[in-house]
Design a protein around this ligand. Sequence first.
Ligand code: SF4
Length: 281
Amino acid sequence: MPVSFLYLSVPSTGRLISNQQEAIRTTALNNVAYRFISVSGQIDTSLGCNLLHTQYNPIPECYHWEVPSQKEREQQRISEILKRLEERFPDAECALTHRSAFELLMATILSAQCTDERVNMVTPVLFARYPGPGELAQADMEELQEIIRSTGFFRNKAKSLRGAAEKIAHHFDGEVPQTMDDLLTLPGVARKTANVVLGTWYGIADGVVVDTHVRRLSQRLGLTRQKEPQKIERDLMKKIPQDEWIALSHRLIHHGRQTCKSQKPRCEECSLAELCPHAQR
Ligand code: SF4
């Protein structure tokens, strides 16, 4: 059964050009139904059926076309984006090395304005010296700063790490809290960090992690027009089913690192290109 629909515009001549034929071939292979829309916005049934039955495996649904609303088309587009990201990154996970909620929280605080690779070089030393919140709450500030210096903004980060550890040790019985409200009371923790811990460690989808990759890709893919992380997150939470929130951010981050790079997105090799407004420019 087809799982979604791709809408292809047809030139006024009624003849398809080669890249549209290639798109049809690909979608047929992927078991995605497709519909044709003429330049005037009308569904072109004859062309669709003709092509479907003469060149490719017929998809019976092509006999029952209805003109979908803009909203339906957008939902189908988003479903297709989610499906292709899942196919590409079925097991995408957080790249920060951690063995507990506490380690993940500390690593995420350190990852602000810093690469995950750099954080992963620093945290083994940090966690060997301070294995839990009790030890880190007692840390000598200068020594702590020295350990994390290479991650940048080390004075502020050291304050956040020790402050969060103190609060966890004294107010939360040594356990990293499991609710957004409680996490947001910890020094150095905003929604992004809280969402990382809730989603990645506890499996709780309370929101969507919006880091620099998720922000950029959400904008390019037309999932938001907002610029502020909180407003982007709100848009994503409205448009994406909740059970996709955790995986989506991991997958977008991977896709952003490998293909949809900040300076030069590789649209020509991107599996989302035909669904992406940025690639159509
Ligand atoms: S088509 Fe280009 S801009 Fe769109 S997601 Fe892919 S790489 Fe990014």
